[in-house]
Design a protein around this ligand. Sequence first.
Ligand code: 2P0
Length: 318
Amino acid sequence: MSETKGQTAIAHTNIALIKYWGKADPVLNLPTTSSLSLTLDEYYTKTRVEEADEDSLLINELPQDGKRVHQFLNILREEMGNFPPLRVISENKVPLSAGLASSASSFAALTAAVAKHNGWDLSLEELSRLARRGSGSATRSFFPDFAIWDKGHDDKSSYAHHLDVPDLPIALVVCRISGMVKKVSSSDGMQRAQTSPNYQAWVDESAKQLEDMKVALANADLDRVGQIAEKNALAMHDLNLTATKQRFTYFNQNTMKVLNEVKALRAKGYIAYATMDAGPNVKIITNREQAEAIKEYLAERFRKIQFDIATPGPGISY
Ligand code: 2P0
């Protein structure tokens, strides 16, 4: 029997140092701000697509309600021309408890696999633009190391590109505080955050922080990179707390305790800055040399939290 015709792609997840937290257009997934990310080596999604009788989705061998994937495949059909139904078989190496968006690597890998399977000759930027309709953060998962998602102003102009940065010994200590499914989805959280009276100020500040971040990266100034990222992330979470409609927080008690330890580590002379996404987990920005010591320091104080070290990762591969 011949093997079913198909195509595999691998995409790594990414962590935003300048966050995407709000939509200018929720249907097209156009963001209110440009964002900047680091692709991570340790966490990825491997996705195979095969011709089938109907669209379906399997993640880590378990059948899923593939509604979001089916919708996304239909968007690709509208954009690029029809193609037959696909069985999507995904292996996700992004542990839920790591608090890193698996939708980023999932939609990037799916877009790349479908494009290659259908013989579409597209650049990484064109793939990034298509993946945006599946999940905003997926735009940034096609590129090695650093990427910028330019917010653009319409469907054609909103996609990510690679940012060339001189060698930077950056590493993250990922504090896996809770593996619970998040109570407020990213899309819902953004919508609520956009009702904060501070929202426009955050958007304006974010544009300045992006420029400052590019300079800090070009200068390989890791302390400055951490300072800007921490400020951007804390302000993002402040929007959730100050939303006028259904305010909320992703933080829990351990988030606060770890954030205090990040400050304590800085006082001891470590490079240590925090960033948090749509969940309680803290990711500490540091360098490769200090990551292990920081992990040990925290592991002694928080016996129930698991700690990983993550480093810059590759772009899309097949
Ligand atoms: C980011 N996050 O820049 C921000 C920071 C989480 C916090 O992008 O609605 O799953 O699918 O476009 O990409 C997570 O949101 O949201 C995210 P949708 P997505 O990484």
